[in-house]
Design a protein around this ligand. Sequence first.
Ligand code: NDP
Length: 306
Amino acid sequence: MEKIRCLIVGGGPAGYTAAIYAARANLSPVLYEGIQPGGQLTTTTDIENFPGFGEGIGGQALMDAMRFQAERLGADLRHGTVTDADLSSRPFRLTVDAGTQILAETLIIATGATARYLGLESEEKFKGMGVSACATCDGFFYRNRKVAVVGGGDTACEEAAYLSNICEKVYMIVRRDVLRASQAMQKKVLETPNIEILWNCNTQEVLGDLSGVTGARLRRKDGEVFDIAVDGFFLAIGHHPNSEVFSKWVDTDSNGYIMTDGKSSRTNVEGVFAAGDVQDPSYRQAVTAAASGCVAALDAERFLNS
Ligand code: NDP
């Protein structure tokens, strides 16, 4: 069975940065990229707040650059998803794609977070046929049409602002009478003429036919039920951390985020470290994820050398 000194799970900014540092520390890192190499950033357009790119950089381009850097420095990047883990003793035993078994002396979990859905049957039915959790991936298909974005956080506001440049009209479906988003993003959506906020509304059903989504049935807090006509229905109601495979062994908070020790990346299992969105309910930025990947690789190096 293959034995790996430093196994990194997850191909986002945290995982690639961990791989860069671990490779330079001669830890011979192996990184499994999971189902979405590049992670969530590959689904965004321009990133203006990653330091070093004065003109901004595309999400895919940034991730391609990180990936290239990790590989150039000697990290072994592999397609595949870790589907099972036995962290009861070292070396840890991991299963890849429900088949291959590998052993790892240290493990860095950088599996990120995944978009949440409302959980409606009709939403599931129209996934990929008008229902999407990524405006920047799918907004293009709704050029000059009407769409809805569910949520009132920064993501929802960003997605609504993005869609307002492409679509004729954007409804924001907000369940309270306030937005959770930062003041700057609130201002932006409130000042955009083709964004209409539907306050105090919850979605009862996504409406559609064989062609895909045709609308949504909403219920306002006062009890009024009404329909809106839209071709695209975008979810932006937060994310859940991809910690399930490991949560039998590592401590998580009530929302599933892996708990780490102080400013370190150490989990409760010696030799297991966590980096990026899977352990960060608060900041969730590309740059913070990358930084925590660095921390995890340094922690793994120190652990192996102690
Ligand atoms: P948030 O958790 O901040 O917001 C989620 C939104 O979805 C809230 O408005 C919430 O409503 C709403 N919501 C949750 N569940 C439901 C539901 N079942 N039905 C209807 N509405 C629901 O998530 P975000 O993804 O927006 O942001 C995550 C983090 O990332 C935040 O810290 C944010 O600031 C940050 N971020 C920063 C950006 C930037 O700096 N450029 C860009 C994007 C995100 P309620 O308010 O009522 O709970």
